[in-house]
Design a protein around this ligand. Structure first.
Ligand SMILES: [Zn+2]
Length: 374
């Protein structure tokens, strides 16, 4: 990972490069900021830069023996710690899942915690950094460096450490081994224990700026139109990973939008016959798509409420949805927003518990008839 591969975040790049130039690299750094802003990618690029044998004023070379191993995330002095799950007899430490991790990084280093859970084969369990991990960290720190000037220990989501792991890490940070760089990469600063925060140098990331995100997406998706790219930028709020998901699931989104319009229109007209037919169609979608549709409905309703109360927040809708919402938003107000969200969430949990989709969606449609007239 080179700095040139990082989207936007120009100020942070130059700040980090300057610390190398001035020989003031702080041994423990905490990268904090929103998901999908590139913190993990930057951490790797920074460690690669420090260890590059031919680094320039602006970037690592990408070609020396160190860079080559860094590019594949297999450098022997590059260590990763990340949340894992407990799964049978597999030891709950990062090294047990190192192959998944490297694959994930190779695919897209902007991935989010939820997408990491999916890679671990679980969506419903929570992943953690368990106390076994601290023993692994200590073991790795005791090895002498193989090849590099600096050993790098990148800890992704330190907020997922359990308390005993946090305390052990704190001890290590209090007496840091020489020539070791710790980079903690966090989505949620408030959940890290303050004693750890006080031992680190804080680097704050902002979301990726729209212009840089637009260029990155244009480079990745050369066949998309200007509108499609702009929509993805607007919908993803500076989160590169989400922007990609947005584009790659835009067919689903379009279909969800169509279902949503029909459902609202028919409920408003109290057209039970056509509603029954629509529910039949939704029934055929399958459970995951039905859940996805309900999440979509929650989101679009929230955005319409925001439009209605003329809140200045940025609206997260694509261009077709915006046009529709100009008129529709007047139906979503203080009197019905809570009922709408509650009913959607209820339907969602029934679908999750394998309820009959036909009954669940019909029930929802009938309640909608009343709620929309509030
Ligand atoms: Zn190099």
């Amino acid at each position: 990972m080179q700095f040139k591969d990082i989207i936007g975040q120009v100020n942070i790049k130059s700040k980090l490069i300057k610390t190398v130039k001035d020989n003031r690299i702080s041994h423990a750094q905490l990268f904090v900021g929103p998901q999908g802003s590139g913190k993990l990618a930057m951490a790797i690029a920074f460690a690669q830069y420090i260890n590059c044998k031919n680094r320039t004023e602006v970037d690592s070379c990408g070609e020396c023996s160190s860079c080559k191993k860094y590019e594949k995330f297999i450098h022997p002095d590059l260590h990763f710690v990340f949340p894992v799950i407990k799964n049978g007899s597999i030891k709950p430490v990062s090294d047990s899942y190192l192959q998944n991790w490297r694959d994930k990084l190779t695919d897209n280093p902007y991935f989010t915690y939820n997408s990491w859970l999916i890679s671990l084969g679980t969506e419903n369990k929570q992943a953690q950094i368990y106390s076994d991990e601290s023993n692994e960290i200590i073991k790795k720190l005791n090895f002498k460096t193989y090849e590099a000037e600096y050993k790098a220990m990148i800890i992704w989501l330190p907020e997922k450490m359990n308390i005993s792991a946090s305390n052990k890490l704190l001890k290590i940070l209090e007496e840091p081994p020489e020539k070791t760089l710790f980079i903690l990469v966090s989505d949620d600063y408030n959940k890290i224990i303050t004693t750890i925060i006080s031992r680190t140098q804080l680097i704050r990331f902002n979301k990726i700026d729209d212009e840089s995100l637009k260029i990155a997406l244009q480079n990745r998706y050369k066949d998309l139109s200007y509108e499609q790219i702009t929509d993805a930028v607007n919908l993803s709020q500076g989160n590169y990973f989400q922007a990609i998901e947005q584009i790659e699931t835009s067919e689903n989104r379009k279909e969800n939008f169509e279902y949503f319009i029909k459902l609202m229109r028919l409920a408003y007209q109290r057209n039970i016959i056509d509603l029954t037919e629509l529910v039949d169609d939704i029934h055929k979608l399958g459970r995951e798509r039905q859940k996805n549709l309900l999440i979509y409905m929650n989101n679009i309703i929230r955005e319409n409420f925001i439009i209605n109360i003329r809140n200045n927040q940025k609206i997260i809708l694509n261009s077709d949805e915006r046009i529709f919402s100009e008129k529709f938003s007047k139906f979503i107000n203080y009197k019905n927003i809570e009922d709408l969200h509650n009913e959607i969430n209820l339907a969602f949990s029934h679908i999750e518990r394998n309820g009959n989709a036909k009954i669940i969606f019909m029930d929802f449609a009938i309640k909608l008839i009343y709620i929309l007239r509030k």
